[in-house]
Write a protein that binds this ligand. Sequence first.
Ligand code: BMA
Length: 338
Amino acid sequence: MHPAPSPKAIAPEQLKPAAYADVALLTRYSGNPILSHKDWPYAVNSVFNAGAVRLPSGETLLLCRVEDRTGLSHLCAARSKNGIDGWVVDAHPTLMANPKDYPEEIWGIEDPRITYVPELEKYAVAYTSFARGGPGVSLALTKDFRSFERFGVIMQPEDKDAALLPRRINGYWALIHRPVTTTGAHMWISYSPDLQYWGRHKVILEARRGGWWDANKIGLCSPPIETPRGWLTIYHGVRRTASGSIYRLGLALFDLQHPEICLQRGDSWIFGPETPYELSGDVRDVVFPCGQTIGDDGDTINVYYGAADSSIALATGSIRQLLTWLDVNCSAGVGSGL
Ligand code: BMA
């Protein structure tokens, strides 16, 4: 069993109404942050925005974004038996930018999302590659997080916040990502027969407008979770204020066989910066998950999130409660507030 704090039972009436409910759907681990630059075996500036997966051994692996003292990022794996402490960090960078062969990585690689793909018996790592043209989406496959098969850039700049779904949908691989176009920064889906060539691009979730918490800019957080009711998806919304941006988390549910169809979208955010390690750091007011693991009970969700672009923290919840919350907190409808 995962020894993270188990989610407390919340009665359905406590989960509404949306804007006024003050229920912690995700509970912070009391020992947060769980990883920072102080835990690194070599000199780095910051450690944040980690992809996460549970290995067959039961260990949790975090593929962390590590910003070194040049200011550029690479990825480095940390492994732990309980997913909370006792992290063993790779002695050297696990995946470095390789600008010689992949010029789209000249300014580093960032924010990995990991999906285990049973058909390939490999993990797919979608990450941001950063170069003069802006951020793009790159893809690599790995069996062991030691050697990687690179596909190069699969979504040209400006694009980021991507994750592969774990299985083909109607015969095609599906990638959720966040291009920036003249219409704004919305979440899209694209399909591919071979992971290399992508098409059938569609917007699946739009940033709202005006005063909403997720106005103007949204993006996928961790890879969507397959539940009997649909793909449960945590996304981030960026609220621009006079003193900077606030990154908060919301929930949406997409159809299992047609993931471009949004079934439900929460009205309010479910998690935002509150603690000192989220409110201050290299970039203040940021919670930014790139990965989660599911406990042995099939319900506990362990969300690993970057805090203020400086450290990695853990918050735990219940998939059942997140779905119940969505039922009573999307009163304004899927496309509301656009
Ligand atoms: C986003 C990404 C993240 C970062 C966040 C807050 O655009 O670049 O890597 O955590 O901004 O700075």
